[in-house]
Design a protein. Structure first.
Length: 98
C-alpha cells in the first residue's frame, strides 16, 4: 500500500528510474539523445546482445514513456519522447539538488 504522502512526481520519477535501471537502457537513451532517431536494426548491430533482449529493453523504455517507436516496415524507428525526456530531466534534477 502506498501512503497518501507519495506524490505524482515521486511516482513518475520512480517509473523513469526503473526504466533507466540497466546499463543497456542507459546506452540506448544516451545514443538517442545525441541523434534524432535510430532504427532497431541499427541498435542490434551496435549492441552485442540478442535481438529479443534488445526488444525487451526497448519495450521497457517505451512503457515508461522515455522513447517512442514508429513502424517503418520492415524496421521500427525509435526516438526519444522529448516531452517525457524533458520531464524526467527536470524531476531528477529537482530530486538530486535537495
Amino acid at each position: 500500500m502506498i501512503p497518501n504522502q507519495i506524490t505524482d512526481n515521486q511516482k513518475k520519477t520512480a517509473r523513469y528510474a526503473k526504466a533507466m535501471g540497466h546499463p543497456i537502457r542507459m546506452y540506448i537513451l544516451e545514443l538517442l539523445s545525441k541523434q534524432s532517431c535510430c532504427y532497431s536494426g541499427d541498435l542490434s548491430e551496435v549492441l552485442p546482445i540478442a535481438k529479443s533482449t534488445l526488444s525487451q529493453h526497448l519495450k521497457e523504455l517505451k512503457k515508461a514513456g522515455l522513447i517512442q517507436g514508429e513502424i517503418e516496415a520492415p524496421k521500427i524507428k525509435y526516438c526519444l519522447n522529448n516531452e517525457n525526456w524533458l520531464e524526467a530531466q527536470k524531476l531528477f534534477s529537482n530530486f538530486l539538488v535537495r
